[in-house]
Design a protein around this ligand. Structure first.
Ligand code: BDR
Ligand code: CA
Length: 335
């Protein structure tokens, strides 16, 4: 069977001081899985600035042996929110160091805006391309605004956003980072009429990468795994300082974005339900809140507009994840 076409819309920070490693690991998982063909990486402001995200993605493509993988630059900022206060939260973590200022940054592989590039690709292959969105949804919203047929021509949007079974709770008490950064953008996506699948923080917070996993990656003969193991220790060190009251971060980090890719590769990894999904865009207190109504309350839910993950087979995820991240001839079973 021909591999399924995907575009990964992402805010990768793997290897950057104080930046989440999960986008980079998610990209590696997809690039190394023969069931999908990654057409390109569209970069969005989020975990890192747009410029840094492009730089990280180009270097990552080299490390993964796909230097010609298209890397397109998209939105530099959310649709209408100020990014600076969000960035300041990361910079306020004790011991945070930014990147050296004089470092030369790599350019995108083309000057076409990521939203326009996605529109072009989807017009070329209508109904065939799945967009795996693992950063704030700004690029997707721009593509929807710029092309009235974009959402209908995307085979499926698979979103790392919200939480279907409880509060998301990472950047804020009710919001996941991707929604919190640009709630208006996710709102556009949710209202677009496109086919939506949502994997929320309630599920992604069940899949941890621990220091013991990182030690095994460090012992691998696969240079990517070895490097990713080093980055994993550095990111857990940062999280332990950032979240001293969360015991899971003393020893591990969440594999949010890799679970989204895995759930697309192998939908049996999650359990799914239909839901009516809406995004809070008015209240400051509830900024980043995604309400996924699965019909469990007294109120009558709206018409379902999404399929949401409600449970995860953690062992099946870990088997798939490590089989792709560590390509050494005799990888450890890890689970
Ligand atoms: C999401 O935000 C970032 O921290 C991760 O890369 C993930 O995409 C989780 O809320
Ligand atoms: Ca991300």
């Amino acid at each position: 069977m021909a591999p399924r076409k995907v575009i990964i819309d992402t805010d990768p920070g793997l290897g950057e001081p104080g930046s989440d490693i999960d986008d980079g690991l998610a990209i590696a998982l997809a690039v190394r899985d023969p069931r999908v063909e990654v057409l390109g990486l569209t970069i969005v402001n989020g975990n890192v600035t747009l410029e840094t995200g492009v730089h990280v993605a180009r270097n990552l493509a080299d490390r993964l042996g796909v230097p010609d993988l298209p890397v397109l630059a998209g939105a530099e900022a959310p649709l209408s929110r100020d990014m600076e206060p969000v960035r300041a939260l990361f910079e306020a973590v004790p011991g945070h160091r930014g990147r050296p200022e004089d470092q030369e940054m790599r350019a995108p592989s083309s000057s076409v805006h990521a939203a326009d590039w996605m529109i072009e690709q989807v017009e070329r292959f209508p109904g065939e391309i799945t967009v795996l969105a693992i950063g704030p949804m700004t690029n997707l919203a721009l593509a929807i605004q710029r092309s009235p047929t974009f959402a209908a021509n995307v085979r499926e949007f698979v979103l790392m956003a919200g939480s279907a079974t409880g509060y998301a709770q990472n950047i804020s008490v009710v919001g996941d980072f991707n929604t919190y950064v640009d709630p208006e953008a996710l709102d556009e996506v949710v209202r677009s009429g496109g086919r939506l699948t949502m994997v929320g923080l309630d599920q992604t917070s069940r899949v941890l990468l621990t220091r013991a996993d990182a030690d095994r990656m460090l012992a691998s003969a696969d240079p990517f795994s070895l490097w990713a193991g080093e980055c994993t220790h550095a990111w857990i060190d940062y999280l332990a300082r950032a979240f001293p009251r969360r015991p899971e971060h003393a020893d591990g980090c969440f594999l949010h974005d890799p679970l989204v890719i895995a759930a697309h590769l192998d939908p049996g990894i999650c359990e799914w339900e239909a839901a009516h999904v809406e995004v809070e865009v008015v209240s400051d207190l509830a900024r980043g809140l995604v309400v996924a109504d699965r019909g469990l309350s007294l109120t009558v839910p709206g018409t379902p507009n999404a399929t949401v993950a409600t449970n995860t087979d953690v062992d099946a995820f870990r088997r798939l994840f490590f089989s792709r991240i560590d390509l050494s001839p005799t990888p450890d079973p890890h689970v």
